[in-house]
Design a protein around this ligand. Structure first.
Ligand code: FES
Length: 128
C-alpha cells in the first residue's frame, strides 16, 4: 500500500473506509434480506423478478422467468456464497449479482462453469 493510500485511510473513519474499500468479508456480512413465505413469494413474483423466500426454514430464491415459468433455487451461489435473490432474471436464466455467474432457471445448471449447479425445482411451467 502506498503512502498516499495510507494517508487517505487515516483520514477516513472506519465506516468511511469500509464504504470506500469494501472487503469480500463485508459483502458477506450484509443484512439478511426480508424473506416472504414461499407461497406468498410464488404469488407475488412477476415475470423477470427474483425474490428472497423461506421454504419451511430453507432460504430460497423464487424467480419468474421470461417464459412465465416459476422456479425455486437454493439462495446460495456455489461460486462464493452470494445470494441468488440479490441477482436478476435474464430471459430463462438467473444471474448472480456478485460476479455474474449465470444459471439455467429450470435446471439450476451453471452456464458460466461446467459441472456446477445449484439445487433447483420448477414450481409452475407455462402452458406451451
Ligand atoms: S458469488 Fe460469485 S458469481 Fe455468485
Amino acid at each position: 500500500m502506498g503512502d498516499l493510500e495510507d494517508e487517505l485511510r487515516a483520514l477516513l473513519s472506519d465506516e468511511d473506509a469500509e464504504a470506500e474499500y469494501p472487503s469480500e468479508a463485508s459483502a458477506l456480512r450484509r443484512p439478511e434480506p426480508i424473506r416472504l413465505p414461499l407461497t406468498k413469494a410464488e404469488a407475488a413474483c412477476e415475470i423477470g423478478e427474483i425474490l428472497a423466500a423461506d421454504d419451511n426454514g430453507t432460504h430460497v430464491a423464487v424467480a419468474r422467468l421470461a417464459s412465465g415459468a416459476l422456479v425455486v433455487l437454493a439462495d446460495l451461489c456455489p461460486h462464493d456464497g452470494g445470494l441468488l435473490s440479490d441477482g436478476f432474471v435474464e430471459g430463462e436464466s438467473v444471474i448472480c449479482a456478485r460476479h455474474g455467474w449465470e444459471f439455467e432457471g429450470r435446471t439450476g445448471k451453471c452456464l458460466s462453469r461446467s459441472g456446477v449447479s445449484v439445487p433447483c425445482r420448477a414450481l409452475k411451467l407455462p402452458h406451451i
